[in-house]
Ligand binder design. Sequence first.
Ligand SMILES: [Zn+2]
Length: 463
Amino acid sequence: MNHANIVRRRLFVVMLAVVLPPLVMSQPIRAAEMLEAGFAVRDITPEKPIHLAGYAARKKASERVDSPLKVEAFALRSSGGEPFVFVALDNCEVSRTFIEPVYERLAQEHGLPRGSVMVVPSHTHSAPILEHTLEVMAIMPEKDHETVIEYGARLRAALVDVVVAAVNDLQPAKLEYGVGRATFAINRRIYQPEGVNFGENLDGPVDWDVPVLRVSSPDGKLRGIVFGYACHGTSIQGDDFYVVSGDYMAYTRQQLEGLYPGVTALYLTGMGADSNPYLRGTLMDAKRHGLELAGAVASVLDRPMRPVAGEMRHAYREVALPFLPLPDRAGLEADTKSSDQFIRRRAEMFLKKLDAGEPLPKEVPLPMSAVRIGDDLTFLAMAGEVVVDYGRAFKRLYRSDHPWTIGYAYEVPCYIPNIRILKEGGYEAESSLIYYGYYGPFQTSIEPKIFQAMDDLMKAVRN
Ligand SMILES: [Zn+2]
């Protein structure tokens, strides 16, 4: 469509709105525009001590459980259409190898095509390690590894089960949207003479938005609350290293389910991989941040919210993100003599692949998607630990589409830095790749590739 046509069409829409508001308002909602929502929840608390994922400094299995871990599904569809399912998972993350059997079963046995089920781990650093995920970091005795495999099998079964149950729960729903604010996320990249380090950068970019979706039945009864925040799930650290917990995200959920009895509250992690909660360190910090975020969500729910209506459409694609050239055999062999055990493990994994004649990873495929409801709300999702610059840029670029940004979506291959962070260096650009079992860093071309892919997705879901 050429520009003049677009302008004419927009004018026509604007004129309609000006001349005929009562008529438009009183039009019955077409069947295709009626929304249906479904919820389901399963308990996934580990039954015995298990190694927890996220911190390389941990040395042993968990000692106790503070809060139950859950997996929750929120299914959505236009009546008569295909469902889309958001899955909120109390875990650090899932790799493609771990999660693929789940997506495959859902596609083959339950008719939910790839891309239409989006697993979003909360990124709590106090939930079980999953096999084939952050493998370089997962060092443990063989018997403990068996516990990890058992837990993984149980989790995969729960994931399939909870998605199917949410689809079976689909029923007419009224949706409303609003955005609150919570300020405990701070940028964690500090600039020192020797390079970028972890710290508290009170002037660095953050995203303090708290998007909230209220889901109720047509008679107004509140059924579900979906909320998000762009910050690491790392309020717990150090002294409380061996406590199983969903971190602040789970305490927010607990608070909301207490304030609004009978609802399902569900957290969708935002794009804030270079943000940490502040102040952090203990289980009490996690509970405190949980209260703060619950307060922000409740302040939105407690006031008039904007209705979300219209047909739901979604689009999914994968974009290949290339790394800079990998080290040669001599470079890998040199790394096997490193004083850092994680660098040694990564090099050994690569050499094993080389010896077996297997290809070495030169790029990662990155799942991305857009889910749009009418003209009222658009979820923009990316796999990986997405740095905050992407989330902020998408919100600026797609402001009129009412964007809700989601990171860690579908799977987590590694951090997803942008050009700025690649040029500055530091953990998100380079050293985190050691734990993810990749050699990098990425080429700077990944940033325009990601923006182009998101633009294509947005075009695909617009009216
Ligand atoms: Zn992380």
